[in-house]
Design a protein around this ligand. Structure first.
Ligand SMILES: Nc1nc2c(ncn2[C@@H]2O[C@@H]3COP(=O)(O)O[C@H]4[C@@H](O)[C@H](n5cnc6c(=O)[nH]c(N)nc65)O[C@@H]4COP(=O)(O)O[C@H]3[C@H]2O)c(=O)[nH]1
Length: 880
């Protein structure tokens, strides 16, 4: 197998030429020349002397026929053999291979092996010749570069900080296996170093240094972090920086430590990157460079992680923002949109990204808005405004858009940012508020403001075309009572139902508005007095049927005042005031009716104001008094009782009718003390008459609806009766029919409590209040008082006669007495007696009289001291 070799050292010849010179040149170079025998294990046939660079002697290799493959790194062996075989099969003679070779002292060096092969005719390798170059340094740099590449790749790939630093330190550790790497991170709050990575350091040592403080003499790392300078300690045992820690390090076999501070871009210390050695040693320049590079990369990683953290937070904030956020490039193509945007529009990212946002346009935003928007944006200014856009499902929505150009530090605009809020809901609220400004929330009718608007328009037309216009003031009679007795909820229902009923009667151009409370104003353009009368009749007629308010059946009539444009006023205010006065007049005249404005009403209105004020003082100034009207039994003319009627003698205005001041007392609440005073006076008078021997008369007292709904009514009456010592049946309470029917349920209850006291009740003005017969039965009243309006025309009006007959029949049937009011003639009296009416009162007998006058009246007619008569007692009839 031994063969002459072209570089044989023993080759003869001068030193400057021939094979001998070549061998000398090779030995002087880093390249080792070698020849292998084509046999198992590649025995070395020749090697140049400079193999000594790896600690071997060339002669040893050649004499011992050293098997070269024994020195190749086991990890590289398979690849090396496979390649040799592959080249052989292809008959390739020259190729280059890289592998690791063991040096005499056990290190591994990287070899670049340029081989040329000699094959025999059968293709078997006979000889192989190679030149071997130690490329460890190059490989080291390549590996370092690869490690850095991978580190940076991970850094950009959002790897978490801890695994990233561990990966890096592992990499360095495998490049320098004889060293022990460590990365510590600075915890700025406590100024301590926290263990982060150190794959080959003994775990107990890592645990012991975790959390160690930094300081001017705190080992290599603590000092480096404190000073911000690289700290090289070649001998831990002797270096003063390690005085406090050396036992720990030495106990774990650590003799030297070189530490480089990890710094951020601003020079802020973030941690330390360190290497320990098991022997006392300074770092070589390569190691120091490696440490500095490692610290730099670790700094990048930590800062990136921190800024990534901030970025992630920012990204999450944007992504999770309840506002729609969109970023578009300069071509207005959407590059980013957050989740809120997709939620708001109903589109998916695929349908949106890369598109111009104009696909959202609904066509409802005025083009001028877009013009303004682009003018601002292209000029680098932000723009705020409302856009009406369309969702994927076709529905529109309004958004408040805040758009702004994204300007780079060099002033260049690269993108547009849009932050948009869906304000559809608040727009609706706005519209609702607008609606509330013009419409009454409860009834949905126009309100005062809208009426004003419409009036202005209607008045212009009326004036220009000389057209009439009527304005009506409409008020629900006894609404306050309904509200107070049945509660506001029921009152509200009545208002709503009333508004609905009235609306059905109106024409397109009419405006029915609610002014507040139970007051409605109706504007009727083109309507003259005659038409207004017809409308008013229709309106009052409409309320003849009761209202069903939940479980309550309620009768509610209207009082209407009518004013005519130009005649009764020109402005809305003037007309409304006139109509209001007319309405008040209608109320005065018995309600459930309408009145036209007349100029004299204005004087009346100032009178009303004055009366309201003076009434407060009337009681204490003794201006109130009672008069009494006899109630006579028709069968025998016996005086059964009297009705107490209130009088007000005003010091300047003279006598005021109760029909005028009682409603004022009711609205002001004065009716309660006045009513109590009346009851008290009436009972006292009864006592006096009893004492004077007038006989056991009954005393009928009118009760206002306000008194009737006072929960203390029965208690108060009971007390007065007790004080007077009079039997309860001597008092008779008169309640008007309309008052009883406002709230029949409540009436039944109050009547029940009065009946328990045994006080009889009479229904006054019967026939005017649309009584429900079923309720009438349940009221269990003692008397029906036939309203004087029916009695008045008995002789002339067959309808009235029919009504009175019916009332008498009804009362008879229900076991009640009848009292005819306002009897003025003998004919009326005769007719009533003939038709079975029980009692009567009226001017025919006498006008209401003061107590003394009544006594005289009775004495003169021989009714004074008549034998005692009970409420149903019989006697002779001698009225005149
Ligand atoms: N044309 C005519 N009228 C007659 C005749 N006979 C009596 N009158 C009048 O008719 C009214 C009958 O009283 P009313 O229906 O209870 O009607 C009463 C009653 O509702 C109310 N009122 C009177 N006094 C009181 C009172 O003390 N309390 C309350 N709450 N209301 C009262 O005032 C209303 C009016 O009372 P007055 O002005 O006293 O008017 C009285 C009486 O003077 C007649 O033959 N022809």
């Amino acid at each position: 197998m031994e063969a002459p070799h072209p570089f044989a050292p023993y080759a003869p010849g001068p030193r400057h030429s021939g094979p001998g010179f070549l061998a000398t040149a090779i030995n002087a170079s880093p390249v080792v020349a070698i020849t292998w025998v084509g046999a198992e294990g590649c025995p070395v046939a020749y090697v140049s002397e400079n193999v000594s660079q790896w600690g071997y002697r060339a002669t040893d290799w050649m004499r011992q026929h050293l098997l070269y493959l024994d020195l190749v790194h086991p990890h590289d062996l398979d690849a090396l053999n496979a390649e040799v075989e592959a080249k052989r099969l292809q008959g390739i003679e020259n190729y280059v291979q890289h592998y690791r070779l063991r040096t005499a002292d056990g290190r591994w060096v990287w070899i670049e092996d340029r081989t040329w092969i000699e094959y025999d005719a059968a293709g078997t390798i006979t000889w192989a010749h190679g030149v071997l170059l130690d490329i460890s340094a190059r490989k080291h740099h390549e590996q370092m570069a690869e490690l850095e590449r991978q580190t940076l790749e991970r850094l950009l790939g959002h790897t978490e900080l801890q695994p990233l630093l561990e990966f890096m330190v592992h990499g360095y550790q495998s490049l320098l296996p004889e060293r022990l790497f460590s990365v510590l991170l600075l915890e700025p709050k406590s100024n301590t170093l926290l263990d982060c990575a150190g794959p080959d350091l003994p775990p107990p040592y890592r645990a012991a240094i975790n959390g160690s403080p930094i300081g001017p003499a705190a080992g290599s790392c603590g000092t480096a972090a404190h000073s911000g300078q690289t700290v090289v300690v070649s001998d831990i045992a002797t270096d003063p920086l390690w005085a406090d820690y050396k036992h720990l390090a030495l106990a774990h076999g650590l003799a030297a430590c070189w530490s480089v501070p990890i710094k951020g871009a601003q020079g802020r210390v973030l941690g330390t990157f360190a290497v320990y050695a098991r022997q006392v040693a300074p770092p070589n320049p390569g190691e120091l460079a490696l440490l500095e590079r490692g610290a730099y990369l670790a700094g990048l990683a930590i800062e990136r992680h921190q800024s990534l953290d901030t970025l992630i937070k920012l990204q999450q904030a944007v992504e999770q923002s309840p506002s729609s956020i969109v970023i578009a490039n300069l071509n207005a193509e959407i590059e980013y949109a957050n989740a809120a945007f997709f939620r708001a529009t109903g589109y998916s990212p695929e349908e949106v990204l890369g598109k111009n946002p104009r696909f959202l346009q609904s066509g409802q935003t005025p083009p001028s808005v877009y013009r303004e928007m682009w003018e601002a944006l292209t000029a680098g200014r932000p723009w705020n405004g409302e856009l009406i856009n369309r969702r994927k499902d076709g529905s529109s929505y309004t958004e408040m858009a805040r758009l702004a150009p994204i300007v780079q530090p060099n002033g260049r605009i690269t993108h547009y940012l849009g932050i948009k809020e869906d304000i559809t809901q608040s727009k609706l609220v706005e519209q609702q508020i607008e609606r509330m400004a013009y419409f009454d929330a409860l009834t949905g009718l126009a309100n005062r403001l809208l009426l004003q608007d419409r009036y202005h328009q209607a008045a212009v037309v009326a004036r220009r075309q000389d057209q009439p216009l009527a304005l009506m003031y409409i008020d629900i009679d006894n609404f306050k009572h309904i509200n107070d007795i049945l509660g506001h909820h029921v009152g509200d229902q009545l208002l709503v139902q009333m508004a609905q009923r009235l609306s059905t009667l109106l024409r397109a151009g009419d405006t029915l508005s609610r002014q507040g409370g139970d007051e409605f104003v109706l504007m009727l353009p083109g309507c003259d007095a005659a038409s207004a009368r017809l409308v008013a009749e229709k309106l009052t007629e409409q309320t003849r049927h009761s209202f069903t308010l939940g479980e309550h059946e309620v009768t509610a009539t209207l009082s209407i005042g009518i004013a005519l444009f130009m005649r009764d006023g020109e402005t809305l205010d003037e007309l409304a005031r006139s109509a209001d006065l007319a309405m008040y007049q209608a109320k005065q005249e018995g309600r459930s009716t309408f009145r036209f404005y007349a100029p004299e009403l204005r004087t009346q209105s100032s009178r009303t104001l004055r009366l309201q004020t003076d009434l407060r003082l009337a009681l204490e100034r003794g201006q109130l008094a009672l008069v009494y009207q006899p109630q006579v039994r028709l069968g025998d003319g016996a005086l059964l009782g009297v009705e107490a009627l209130l009088r007000w003698q005003h010091s300047e205005l003279g006598p005021i009718s109760p029909a005028e001041f009682i409603p004022l007392a009711e609205t002001s609440g004065l009716i309660l003390p006045i009513g109590e005073w009346v009851l008290h006076q009436a009972l006292q008078q009864l006592q006096r008459w009893d004492a004077a021997g007038l006989g056991p008369l009954t005393m009928a007292v009118n009760l206002s609806a306000v008194q009737f709904r006072d929960s203390r009514l029965a208690e108060g009456i009971g007390k007065l009766l007790r004080v007077s010592g009079l039997a309860a049946h001597r008092l008779e309470i008169e309640l008007t029919e309309s008052c009883a029917m406002i709230n029949p349920q409540g009436t039944i209850a109050t009547m029940e409590s009065l009946r328990r006291l045994q006080v009889p009740i009479a229904i006054d003005d019967f026939g005017t209040g649309y009584s429900s017969l079923s309720y009438l039965k349940r009221f269990k009243v003692a008397k029906l008082k036939i309203d004087q309006s029916f009695v008045r025309d008995l002789h002339a009006d067959p309808d009235d006669r029919a009504i009175v007959r019916a009332v008498i029949g009804l009362a008879d049937h229900l076991g009640m007495r009848t009292v005819a009011e306002g009897v003025e003639t003998a004919e009326q009296l005769a007719w009533l007696r003939e038709h079975g009416c029980d009692q009567a009162q009226g001017y025919f007998f006498t006008r209401p009289l003061p107590a003394d006058a009544l006594q005289t009246w009775a004495q003169q007619r021989n009714l004074w001291g008549a034998p005692p008569v009970g409420p149903t007692g019989a006697g002779s009839c001698n009225p005149v």
